[in-house]
Every structure is written in structure tokens, then in C-alpha cells.
Design a protein around this ligand. Structure first.
Ligand SMILES: [Zn+2]
Length: 480
């Protein structure tokens, strides 16, 4: 009799838990629909339509899988139903944590001032990412579901994009230790929207924003599977290295050197200026810097980072002499490197610029994303109009040229730049130059036909990919 009483109690508790899980799932599905509406045509956040659609479809697939674990027959033993409920609670919590990671970043756009600033940053990141994404879409061997949406930029508490190792970008909010799961980071990184963090110090000014191209370099290496090509370039370029010791150090620097070179290709002199400014901020460390041959850090030495960027600029036809003269020569004494390291740096940078990639329609970064001497000339032209008190609208149609103009103006005449509120004016120009509609695969007229053909298939593929996430979350790491 007492046992039956306990059994009845257990069933009631399970039913109560199940009802809570179903309500949680329904609330999440309603929130996903609300965000798809918030980003629908002609809404203020319409540019994020394709990102939100693909993310929420993945998470709806994960929710489907979670809910299917609790729809087992009621006559199943109580112990197995308890286990299913526990897994479902863990699964729902996982969906919430993954969604919160992105919702918090999207939500920064609900404040108009931040939305305007993030709009420029999103446009800048997209202008460097889109040419690669389009090339990847043209390459038949790439599956549509593996091609990601435009990057999502957000402000965080970091000091500089130049100082944050990429793997630390994917940390969900802290929660109870019981629910910690080391797989969250890799899962967030695999979802179809790359994220890029910017320090809050850039929320008020454009001139250093070109540093964002370094972060785009990181996601480009991952999303377009460029790592093997970078490793081959290092192997090919490091010569006279009988015990492979230099090559080993260059390989340890691979991610950060690629991000710098990508930044210099896509951001030109403005990027290199932003990097030099950051590096000089820490001149005490610079003077003591050595090559770290035995214990290389993630980053090449400051001197080699500048050597690589200047090599890229020269190859693109820019005049790098101003940057050379701006770099205090006495800081070079601390680099502790022999000439062969400098030769390696120049050769690797040039080769990364010109290497063709089969998965990018057999094009190079030079072909796809270079900030050319023409772009630099346009930035100078925008700056000239602003200094003369004229509206730069006729020239200011490209976000990288606009940010380039802000950097040049601020570097040469910071007082005028600040006194005339040119920063706000350039943010407005950038907004006016933006295409309407979603940034990728959205409802822009030119995308409509493709959208109709592909949307249903892609949504289905995303839901199936989301369903597979549950097994990945539960198999290891998750304490369920
Ligand atoms: Zn980095």
C-alpha cells in the first residue's frame, strides 16, 4: 500500500515536470516566431532576417528532438521516464543557453544609438565576408547548409580584437556548474551565424573600426576551411630551416598571422594603422619581446606583424612608407629576430595574398577582398570633401572606404574630426549607403527567386541539423 502511494506521487510529479517542459518549449517557439517577425521585411531589424531564420530553424530542430525524448509511452517504467524527463530538462536548458548567446547580441540593436554603430560594423564585416561567401556558393562541391550567414557583431568587455584569442569568443553565460558542458563552445562555433566581438571603446568612434577585419579573418579561416592552405603556405615559404624549428613556430602563430594578413588585405592602410596603434600602446612589452622560439605564443612578435602587413600593402600598390616612418625604430631592436624571420614573414604574407582556393571558386584573397589603391583614393576623396565642409554623399557609398576616410582624417586632424562631429555624419552616410533587405539569402528583390527555390530546403536541412545537436549535447560532457 505505501509503495503504491509513492508510485502515484512519482507519476504526478513527472506529469507536472512534463507540463513545465512543454510550456518552456512552447514559449521558446513563440519567441523564435517573434524574432522572425521583428526581422521581417521593412522592420527595423530586417537586415538580420536570414541570420535569425537559420538560427531559429536549427533551434526548433533541437527542440523537436528534445520533445520527442519525452513522448515515450506512459506505461514505460517510472525510472526510464525520470531519465527522459531529466534529459529533456537538460535539452531545454541547452536551447535556452544557445539562444540567449545570440539573442543578447541581437538585442544590442534594440537601442537606436548602438544599432547605428553596430550597423556600420555589421556592414564592414559583411563587405569582407560576402565576396568569399558568394564564391563558396558558386562552388558546386560546397553544401548550402554548410555555408554560413553574415557575421553578427556585438560589443563586449574585451580590450581589443587584436588581443583576444579566437577560441575564447564562444563562451555562453555562466550557469550552475551542474549544467556546464564543454561542448557548448564548439556547438556555438558550428552554428550558421559567426559572431565577432568588439570592445565598447569602439562604440563611439569609427577610426579604429577597421581592426574588425582581423576578426573577419578568423571566421573566414574557419568557415571557408582555409587552415590547410595556410599550413601549406607556411611549409612552402619557410626555407633554410633544416630542423624545422622556424616552421614549427610559424605554425603556432598560424591563426593570428592569418587574421592579420587578412585584415591588411581587406582593410588596407587603415587596418595596419589600427594594428600599429594597438601594438605601440604596449611599448614596454614590445621592448622585451623575443621570438618565443621554445614557447611560442598565439601571436607573432609585433615587429613581424607589422612586417607582414606592410608586405601586403606594398603588394596591393599602397604606399607603406608613411607607416614605416611612423613605427618607432628603437622598438625594432627588441624583436630579437634574425633576417630569415623577416624574409619568412614577407614571403608568407605575399603567398597568402595570392594563393587560389578551390573551395572559393579558385580565387585568391587578392581577387576577392582586396582594399585597393582605388579604395584608398576614394577614402582620401571623402576626407577632402569633409574637410571642405561639403557633403561626402556622392563618394561615400562603400563602408570600407567610409571607415578608411574616418581613419585617415582622425590620424591627420583629430581636432577637426571631433569638432565637426564627422563621426556621426559618417555613420549616417554608411546607413544611407546600405542596401535594403536582408544581408544574405533574404527578401531583397535580387534574392527573391533564389529565396523561393531554396528556403524550404534550407529550413528543412537546418531543422535536421538541429535535431542532430541533441545527440551531440548528450553523448559527452552534458551531465544529464
Ligand atoms: Zn586574433
Amino acid at each position: 500500500m505505501p509503495n503504491n502511494h509513492i508510485a502515484r506521487q512519482t507519476v504526478d510529479i513527472l506529469a507536472w515536470k512534463l507540463d513545465g517542459i512543454e510550456r518552456d518549449a512552447a514559449a521558446l517557439r513563440a519567441e523564435f516566431r517573434r524574432w522572425r517577425e521583428l526581422t521581417s521585411p521593412e522592420q527595423p531589424l530586417e537586415v538580420h532576417h536570414s541570420q535569425v531564420k537559420r538560427l531559429t530553424h536549427r533551434l526548433e530542430g533541437l527542440l523537436d528532438a528534445v520533445q520527442s525524448t519525452i513522448s515515450k509511452p506512459a506505461e514505460a517504467p517510472a525510472s526510464s521516464r525520470v531519465q527522459h524527463v531529466r534529459e529533456a530538462v537538460s535539452g531545454i536548458l541547452s536551447v535556452r543557453r544557445i539562444w540567449e548567446y545570440f539573442r543578447g547580441k541581437l538585442g544590442q540593436r534594440e537601442q537606436p544609438r548602438l544599432a547605428a554603430r553596430l550597423g556600420v560594423a555589421d556592414d564592414l564585416a559583411w563587405s569582407c565576408y560576402e565576396p568569399l561567401q558568394r564564391a563558396a556558393k558558386r562552388t558546386a562541391s560546397n553544401a548550402a547548409v554548410d555555408i554560413k550567414e553574415p557575421p553578427l557583431v556585438y560589443f563586449n568587455g574585451g580590450a581589443s580584437p587584436f588581443a583576444v584569442a579566437r577560441h575564447r569568443a564562444f563562451q555562453p553565460d555562466d550557469v550552475d556548474q551542474e549544467w556546464e558542458n564543454p561542448l557548448f563552445g564548439p556547438i556555438l562555433e558550428d552554428l550558421p551565424v559567426p559572431v565577432l566581438g568588439l570592445p565598447w571603446s569602439l562604440a563611439d568612434r569609427l577610426p579604429a573600426l577597421m581592426c574588425l577585419t582581423h576578426e573577419v579573418g578568423h571566421v573566414a579561416e574557419e568557415d571557408f576551411k582555409l587552415s590547410d592552405a595556410v599550413k601549406r603556405v607556411i611549409q612552402d615559404c619557410v626555407r633554410d630551416d633544416p630542423d624545422s624549428s622556424r616552421a614549427a613556430v610559424w605554425r603556432a602563430w598560424r591563426r593570428e598571422l592569418f587574421a592579420d594578413v587578412f585584415g591588411a588585405i581587406a582593410g588596407g592602410p587603415s587596418f595596419t594603422f589600427a594594428l600599429a596603434t594597438y601594438l605601440l600602446d604596449d611599448s614596454a612589452r614590445l621592448r622585451g619581446e623575443t621570438r618565443s622560439r621554445d614557447f611560442p605564443t598565439d601571436y607573432p612578435t609585433a615587429h613581424l606583424r607589422m612586417v607582414m602587413c606592410r608586405a601586403v600593402l606594398r603588394s596591393l600598390g599602397h604606399d607603406a612608407s608613411a607607416l614605416e616612418s611612423a613605427w618607432p625604430l628603437d622598438l625594432d631592436r627588441g624583436h630579437g629576430l634574425d633576417d630569415e624571420w623577416v624574409t619568412d614573414a614577407v614571403t608568407i604574407a605575399r603567398q597568402l595574398l595570392d594563393t587560389k582556393h578551390a573551395q572559393l571558386d579558385n580565387l585568391s584573397l587578392h581577387d576577392l577582398v582586396a582594399y585597393t589603391a582605388f579604395d584608398h583614393g576614394a577614402a582620401l576623396g571623402i576626407g577632402r570633401l569633409l574637410r571642405e565642409g561639403k557633403d561626402p554623399a556622392p563618394l561615400a557609398t562603400d563602408v570600407r572606404q567610409i571607415v578608411g576616410a574616418a581613419t585617415l582624417l582622425y590620424a591627420t586632424d583629430p581636432a577637426t574630426y571631433s569638432a565637426h562631429e564627422l563621426d556621426a555624419l559618417l555613420v549616417e552616410r554608411s546607413r544611407a549607403a546600405r542596401d535594403p533587405g536582408a544581408r544574405s539569402g533574404g527578401f531583397h528583390p535580387r534574392d527573391l527567386a533564389r529565396e523561393r527555390d531554396n528556403a524550404a530546403t534550407l529550413a528543412e536541412q537546418d531543422k535536421r541539423a538541429g535535431q542532430r545537436l541533441l545527440a551531440r549535447l548528450m553523448n559527452t560532457g552534458g551531465k544529464s
